[in-house]
Design a protein around this ligand. Structure first.
Ligand code: SAH
Length: 215
């Protein structure tokens, strides 16, 4: 029997996402469409649709599909948003966001990863993603973002990112210790920031001025 990548993606969506409570049909569709196997190194392609994070070089990882879905669903995107991602990595999460929002700016501190992601996203035809090399804990100057997603673990919510959140916007970020975090949602409503804490998770550290020191 020949199993296509599309079949593997359908099973991933059914078993790992729907099976664990992901409901947003737009998120499920995006994850059924984006070719995750093109975002992992050659040796990891056979595991591209497995229920786990995978190494992408430089000590970094592409997040587990379920975690990508949970974080994306938590942003509640309708299609009109300007989204900021901190932690481009492979570019996979940025591609999912680009399917569901108007524009995506994604920041990566490692130039090699940023360059590889930029090339990959361009070759897949994404025109609404901008990859920036910088310390993303400081945010990205410009008009506020309707949604901000941080895909690395932070000791606390960076004030710079809160300041860049538009009224009615949401920031999703893993907060905790160096090795273990809780997915945290910060919603800005009426000038007030309301924080809620969700499931526990394990992300590589957010390294920068408002993150962990480089070590
Ligand atoms: N979203 C990625 C996975 C992210 S792994 C994907 O879909 O593949 C976390 C990434 O955050 C790593 O690439 C790491 O280099 C980056 N990172 C860590 N601290 C950062 C910072 N302060 N600013 C920008 N990127 C950062």
């Amino acid at each position: 029997m020949i199993v296509s990548f599309e079949d593997l993606r359908s099973s991933m969506v059914a078993d790992q996402l729907v099976g664990r409570g992901i409901r947003d049909p737009r998120v499920l569709d995006a994850m059924a469409r984006v070719p995750r196997h093109l975002f992992v190194p050659a040796e990891a392609v056979p595991l591209a649709y497995a229920d786990r994070a995978l190494p992408i070089g430089h000590g970094q990882t592409i997040s587990q599909p379920y975690m990508v879905a949970v974080m994306t669903e938590a942003l509640a995107l309708s299609g009109r948003e300007r989204v900021l991602e901190v932690g481009t990595g492979s570019g996979y999460q940025a591609a999912i966001l680009a399917e569901l929002a108007r524009d995506v700016v994604t920041i990566e501190r490692r130039p090699e990863l940023a360059e590889a992601a930029r090339t990959r996203l361009a070759s897949l035809g994404y025109k609404n993603i901008t990859v920036v090399v910088a310390d993303g804990t400081a945010g990205e100057a410009g008009i506020p973002y309707d949604a901000i997603l941080v895909t690395a673990g932070a000791p606390r919510v960076p004030e710079s990112l809160k300041a860049q959140l538009a009224e009615g916007g949401r920031l999703v970020i893993p907060i905790g210790s160096y090795g273990q975090q809780d997915l945290t949602v910060v919603a800005r409503t009426g000038g007030v920031f309301v924080e809620s804490v969700h499931e526990s998770c394990v992300f590589v550290p957010l390294v920068g001025r408002e993150g962990w020191p480089d070590r």
